[in-house]
Design a protein around this ligand. Structure first.
Ligand code: ADP
Length: 379
């Protein structure tokens, strides 16, 4: 099936055309500066016209069979990819308050496709969906129930498409049936999240009500004492300023002055003490969470690294695993340093559990999920 995968952001739109049968990428592109006037597309409709023009010019100009959208927030309703109709679009729109930077742009992308290609089936694939299996003791915050009932305040979790894809691959690599697979999966990109996998399902995850909770990220703080926010508010900072501070000015960027992991590792190697501290804070917190999730799943059968840092930074992986001595997990230094585009084991022969590197591919996962939904409907 020929699927157009759309990742629609507020001012940019990424796309890929994938042939799911052969798993090939036939076209891809990025439209930037949407709605920013001069030089950019006027709106998401104009951006979609640009995508259509780019696709017509492509050599593989065969017709599309379906469109798959990455949708960030599926709330409590969506635990699976769904075929989009007007009611589904409105349901996604009702979740806008929960993901104000993402869902409105996802809805604009859906409406732009509906206007341009009304007969093309569209499927929504949600970042939160894989975490719909979280038990209540993991998703509930210890706050009055009215916050949950009135505002939907609970843990949702994100990066689900990636965690699910990587979990399936890891179980295959180890030859363990998915429904009996327990693991800890670390998605380490600009955003960072850890997921506890029990029986192939997500039973806990470090991102919460929003993607700000949990681990140290490129520019996000992750966990901190909530009183800090109240304190800052009393010093006169408003909600937008605190939002910017914690989402854009914190994390590795605050600690090291830069947020690119390669540059941080290089600086640390050259003796930069801020970079060394940034690596220590990030790896310590991650190791602490890995220990917690190992307990949460009743003993993981594997620790899995994925995404930009997880797949590429041997130095950061080594630093994290060096803090897991209590679990008996050790790396094979050569295997850890090695490079490969496919899933592999990097632990030492004597490690208590295998450590894997599994490349993630969210676009592939979205294309395959879209094809599965569309073919189940068309028989
Ligand atoms: P996003 O969350 O935006 O999809 P990615 O998964 O692409 O992010 O991860 C981005 C992070 O991966 C950056 O911190 C970048 O420094 C890091 N990264 C990418 N390649 C390497 C590499 N070869 N060595 C170390 N870090 C890398």
């Amino acid at each position: 099936m020929r699927v157009l995968v759309i990742n629609s952001g507020s001012s940019s739109l990424k796309y890929q055309v994938r042939e799911t049968g052969t798993n090939t990428i036939e076209a891809h592109g990025l439209i930037e500066r949407i709605g920013e006037g001069a030089g950019g597309s006027a709106d998401h409709g104009a951006a979609m016209d640009q995508v259509a023009a780019e696709l017509e010019g492509a050599p593989a100009g065969k017709p599309l069979d379906a469109v798959g959208h990455r949708v960030v927030h599926g709330g409590e309703r969506f635990g699976e990819p769904v075929l989009i109709n007007n009611e589904i679009t409105r349901a996604i729109e009702r979740l806008n308050p929960l993901a104000p930077l993402h869902n409105p742009a996802n809805v604009l992308g859906i409406r732009a496709i509906t206007a341009k290609w009304p007969h093309l089936p569209q499927v929504a694939v949600f970042d939160t969906a894989f975490h719909r299996t979280l038990p209540e003791h993991a998703w509930r915050y210890a706050v009055p129930d009215s916050l949950y009932r009135r505002y939907g305040i609970r843990r949702y979790g994100f990066h689900g498409t990636s965690h699910e894809f990587v979990t399936t691959r890891a179980a295959e690599l180890l030859g363990v049936p998915l429904e009996r697979f327990n693991a800890v999966v670390a998605h380490l990109g600009n955003g960072v999240s850890l997921t506890a996998i029990h029986g192939g399902a997500s039973v806990d995850t470090s991102m919460g009500f929003t993607p700000l909770e949990g681990l140290v990220m490129g520019t996000r703080s992750g966990d901190l004492d909530p009183s800090i926010l109240i304190y800052l508010q009393r010093t006169g900072l408003d909600a937008d300023e605190i939002d910017t501070l914690l989402n854009r000015e914190s994390g590795l960027k605050a600690l090291a002055g830069i947020n690119d992991m390669r540059a941080i590792v290089d600086a640390a190697d050259a003796g930069d003490q801020r970079a060394q501290m940034a690596l220590a804070v990030a790896s310590y917190r991650l190791a602490k969470y890995i220990g917690g999730y190992h307990v949460a799943v009743g003993g993981a059968q594997a620790l899995v690294f994925t995404a930009g840092i997880g797949e590429n930074s041997a130095a950061f992986r080594a630093l994290v695993v060096s803090r897991l001595g209590a679990l008996g997990v050790t790396l094979d230094a050569g295997a850890n340093r090695g490079r490969s585009g496919s899933a592999r084991v990097i632990s030492a022969a004597g490690s208590a559990i295998p450590v894997l590197v599994v490349p993630t591919d969210e676009e592939r996962a979205i294309a395959e999920a879209t094809a599965a939904v569309v073919s189940s409907i068309h028989g």
